[in-house]
Design a protein around this ligand. Structure first.
Ligand code: AMP
Ligand code: MG
Length: 441
């Protein structure tokens, strides 16, 4: 058996997170596929999407009212001659041209007529047969969006690496894309370890624990844009663990849970060392999740070279690569602590950027929102805390409060939470009413 990583490297949270982000920046997705627009929601765009026409394609009225020449309304009230009505979708052949003193009734979304430079809202008008009285002045440009002002034809609207949310889907639909090229989802192997852990189909013995981590991780992997591959549970025994770790390196990323603490049967790091692992850190100064391990193995160390060969370096958006060294030839792993809440938190903090990069995304920065603390929190200093909490209240009155929990094994408490309160390592007391950083779930 190979030696353990020496010396063990326990980083601060920020150091560990930045290290993961640096490695993530070098990773590339594995391939591309063409999918139906509707299917593409949540996937990562692999091609640029450009405007196929000007946006808007005509000067668009944004109000129901009267199209006018602003210069006709210098003296208010003013009475103008109504020369027509323009509705949304009006045919270009029926186009009107406004001469001085003239106006046309116009509907929201309709093309403003030639000669008009503003639209007066119907609320400020009174119609008398073929004439309309206008009681409010207006500036040129009001309530008309000029042709091409949102985007000129040919301009890039979406870049490769964009996660396709509903707004991006709207853009693709508005330029007539029925299909989009997206990156293939990365496969993420999940290997839960521990002699006490049993499959959820199996009735557990009195001292056994059902495997919940593989399932919580699978859900987190899905949400982050990956495809989970659940491996059988590994016992705390090196040879079987080694076999399953080798299977795990067939995927684009291997996540292990359990077996990374200091106990006699915590074998994960030793077994990874057998694969010539390079350990970037073997712990982070956080709670929960302190024993988290991050590293990589060379692809020829029992892990197949497939990852290296099939990596896709032909991204259209070269600038997004930022000249980073490629990470080809390596398979990355994270050893997450087995306590269920530690597993969930360390996935969010450290696995997500790697997974997002493998999915083709420019990994997102971790952003904490702030909320007002409802009740005082006391903590022992030394570690950055991510404590399960509930953000409650309504509208602008949000408050956040810890859930009562029994520590990082308490799944039930965590399921009642919807976020984590982040406490810096030097705080012993955080008073009620303070604005505290919150990591949303
Ligand atoms: P370990 O990190 O292996 O020391 O495990 C820490 C704690 O997490 C122990 O109480 C384990 O029983 C529990 N645990 C480990 N793996 C899992 C799992 N896959 N599902 C649920 N609990 C687990
Ligand atoms: Mg264990």
């Amino acid at each position: 058996m190979a030696a353990l990583p020496e010396p063990s490297s326990i980083l601060t949270f920020v150091e560990a997170r930045h290290l993961v982000e640096e490695h993530a920046a070098r990773l590339r997705p594995r391939g591309k596929e063409l999918v139906d627009l509707l299917e593409s929601a949540g996937q990562v765009l692999a091609e640029p999407v450009a405007a196929d026409r000007n946006f808007p394609p005509f000067p668009r009225a944004t109000r129901d009212g009267y199209a006018v020449r602003a210069a006709d309304l210098i003296q208010i009230p003013a009475t103008l001659e109504v020369v027509g009505e323009i509705k949304a979708g009006a045919s270009p052949e029926a186009a009107i041209r406004l001469e001085p003193g003239q106006t046309a009734a116009i509907m929201t979304g309709a093309p403003a007529p030639a000669g008009a430079d503003a639209v007066v809202m119907v609320e400020y008008t009174s119609r008398y047969g073929g004439r309309v009285e206008i009681t409010k002045g207006i500036s040129a440009g009001d309530n008309i969006v000029p042709i091409g002002s949102e985007a000129k034809r040919g301009v890039r609207l979406l870049s490769p690496g964009t996660r396709l949310d509903h707004a991006a889907i709207a853009v693709a639909a508005s330029v007539g894309r029925t299909h989009l090229l997206v990156y293939r989802k990365p496969q993420v192997a999940v290997l839960s370890t521990g002699d006490e852990i049993v499959d959820i189909e199996v009735p557990p013995g009195p001292n056994q624990i059902r495997n919940s981590n593989s399932y919580s991780l699978a859900a987190q992997i899905h949400a982050a844009g990956g495809e989970p591959v659940l491996l059988p549970i590994a016992p705390d025994e090196p040879s079987r663990l080694r076999e399953l770790v080798a299977d795990g390196f067939e995927s684009d990323l291997l996540l292990l849970t359990g077996g990374v603490s200091m106990g006699k049967y915590d074998l994960v790091e030793q077994v990874l060392a057998d694969f010539q692992a390079e350990f970037f850190f073997t712990g982070a100064q956080i709670q929960p999740g302190r024993p988290v391990v991050f590293g990589r193995v060379p692809s020829n160390a029992g892990a197949p070279a497939r990852e290296a060969q099939e990596h896709d370096f032909s991204r259209a958006d070269k600038s997004a690569e930022g000249g980073a060294i490629s990470a080809q030839g390596h398979a990355y792993f994270l050893g997450l602590p087995g306590n269920p809440v530690s597993t969930m938190v360390t996935f969010e903090l450290f696995a997500k950027p790697i997974l997002e990069a493998l999915a083709g995304m420019t990994p997102r920065k971790l952003i904490f929102l702030h909320a007002k603390l409802k009740s005082e929190i006391k903590t022992k200093p030394g570690l950055k805390r991510f404590l399960p909490a509930i953000l409650l209240g309504e509208f602008e009155q949000a408050e956040v409060e810890l859930v009562r929990w029994q520590g990082s094994g308490d799944i039930a408490a965590t399921a009642r939470a919807n976020c984590y309160i982040v406490i810096p390592p030097d705080r012993e007391r955080t008073p009620a009413g303070e604005w505290v950083p919150v990591l949303m779930r």
